[in-house]
Design a binder for this molecule. Structure first.
Ligand SMILES: [Zn+2]
Ligand SMILES: [Zn+2]
Length: 267
């Protein structure tokens, strides 16, 4: 079984003490590809360093919306110089977080617009972070004519109507381990109604552990919990859901992590 974790932060310091063991557990679980997502300029360098040292890790370059006020559009544009420093496959995460940092909405929008410009410059898809900012997020993507870049709404938190709007424009929806929670009925409805060709699975590790690990540090191996739940909802074998979400990941990002034995060979 080939499994893909479409969004994590394996390069974060939370994994510094035992990253080798965490990645070994992921490999034993069948995880062959993952996307390590940067949240500020230095963090992007850390993601590239981890991708260089390990198999199967692609990198997304971005500045998280909650870092608006600390970083500015010029910092987003400066990420372009990292394009050739490793297996860079996406731009983000970017968008709106109106739950944690509602006060910086204007700065978040400026950062988001800069990410769309960067994605266009580099010819890469977008990794969208949308927390309580659905209409604002869709508004920027519409105004910037950004849907043709392709992308994914990571850790999808909308309803089936939003899912239809997003997939109708060709973007993917990434399902986190939250789908295993008892109260995740709306997210299960999204999985049920979304065609499998638009679905990805993610951990967002070290955050958002699935049941039964809730409250502990999340890790890439646990993406299997989301995939099993998604397979149950769809009435499919988990092997098929793993294969389809892995194929979708390769389609979106142009390659799978498995094509990158180590980042060193990417140049
Ligand atoms: Zn996020
Ligand atoms: Zn994230």
């Amino acid at each position: 079984m080939q499994i893909t974790d479409s969004h994590n932060h394996i390069h974060f310091t939370e994994f510094a003490p035992d990253r080798e063991a965490v990645l070994a557990r992921a490999a034993s679980a069948g995880v062959t590809s993952m996307l390590a997502v940067g949240i500020d300029p230095e963090d992007c360098l850390n993601a590239l360093a981890v991708a260089h040292a390990h198999r199967g890790i692609l990198v997304s370059l971005g500045i998280h919306p909650q870092n608006a006020g600390t970083f500015f559009p010029k910092d987003v544009h400066a990420l372009a110089r990292l394009r050739d420093k490793g297996p860079v496959a996406a731009v983000g995460e970017t968008g709106f977080d109106l739950y944690r940092t509602p006060g910086s909405i204007d700065g978040q929008k400026d950062l988001f617009i800069a990410h769309v410009e960067l994605a266009r410059e580099l010819g890469l898809p977008l990794v969208i972070h949308d927390r309580m900012g659905h209409e604002q997020t869709l508004g920027v993507l519409d105004d910037m004519n950004a849907w043709s870049l392709g992308g994914v709404f990571h850790c999808f938190s909308g309803d089936t109507a939003l899912a239809r709007r997003v997939t109708g424009r060709g973007f993917f929806i990434s399902i986190p381990g939250v789908v295993t929670f008892r109260n995740a009925g709306e997210l299960r409805d999204v999985v049920r109604e979304t065609p499998t060709e638009f679905l990805l699975a993610e951990t967002d590790a070290p955050y958002l552990s699935p049941a039964p690990y809730r409250g502990r540090r999340n890790e890439p191996a646990y993406v299997l919990k989301a995939i099993e739940e998604m397979a149950n909802i769809k009435g499919m074998q988990r092997e098929d859901m793993a294969r389809i979400t892995t194929e979708n990941f390769a389609r979106l990002f142009g390659r799978s992590g498995a094509d990158c034995p180590t980042g060193d060979q990417i140049s």
